[in-house]
Design a protein around this ligand. Structure first.
Ligand SMILES: Cc1ncc(COP(=O)(O)OP(=O)(O)O)c(N)n1
Ligand code: TZP
Ligand code: MG
Length: 205
């Protein structure tokens, strides 16, 4: 379901990666994105297949970042693409209609309207706050989120420097999903941190 906590892997590998993700899933993460920028295709393939199985055990959606070939190979539930990745139309042609495609739209509503018209399944905006992972990301505003909510029928994902303190402002302004790396995976208790995010996401009126 495209609602609630959407964790994105933090570059951890092997058993550490799987253990961290399982903790987030035990805490109720609704979506997991495998985001690994290395060139190690063998390891990435093994990890993606293992994460897919783990997500499905916890009834969560498994999304692959950037790589449409890997997404198709491991039969991921979806792929997430940005401006440096496969274009939405090419990804749809390659993956078909049954695979979810999320599109980064940064701080640009026009990009989102175009992606929606081209058949995206969800839209992501951000960074909303300074991101430890991507400090140079363009900055999106809550006003943009409000406008997007009014003009888009698709699920909207917020990303960038999200914490438990600022997450309510995103939910109150229309975010359906909260995409988080650092504030979940750097936590000393990932299960508890994920649980807190899920509780937040299910309390906003
Ligand atoms: C849910 C979500 N939103 C945005 C991004 C960023 O995608 P992109 O701009 O392609 O940058 P990279 O993450 O690929 O470095 C994302 N991955 N997930
Ligand atoms: C991939 C990406 N795109 C915009 S911000 C971001 C990273 C989000 O990570 P964090 O939750 O650590 O700020
Ligand atoms: Mg990308």
């Amino acid at each position: 379901m495209m609602q609630g906590l959407y964790v994105i892997t933090d570059g951890s590998t092997g058993d550490v990666l799987l253990d961290k993700v399982e903790q987030a899933l035990r805490g109720g993460a609704a979506l997991v994105q495998y985001r690994d920028k290395s060139m190690d295709a063998t390891r990435r393939g093994q990890e993606a297949a293992a994460l897919r199985d783990l997500c499905h055990h916890y009834h969560a959606l498994f999304i692959v970042n950037d790589d449409v070939v890997l997404a198709k190979t491991v039969q991921a539930d979806g792929v997430h693409v940005g401006r440096d990745d496969s274009a939405l139309r090419a990804a749809r042609d390659y993956l078909g209609k049954s695979t979810l495609i999320g599109v980064s739209c940064y701080n640009r509503l026009a990009l989102a309207l175009d992606a929606a018209a081209q058949g995206a399944d969800y839209i992501a905006f951000g960074s909303f706050f300074p991101s430890p992972t991507k400090p140079d990301a363009p900055r999106a505003t809550l006003e943009l989120l409000q406008q997007a909510r009014q003009q888009l029928a698709l699920p909207i994902c917020a990303i960038g420097g999200i914490t438990l303190d600022n997450a309510p402002s995103l939910l109150a302004n229309g975010a359906d999903m909260l995409a988080v790396i650092t504030d979940v995976f750097n936590s000393s208790d990932i299960v508890q941190q994920a649980t807190r995010y899920q509780a937040l996401a299910h309390t906003v009126p």
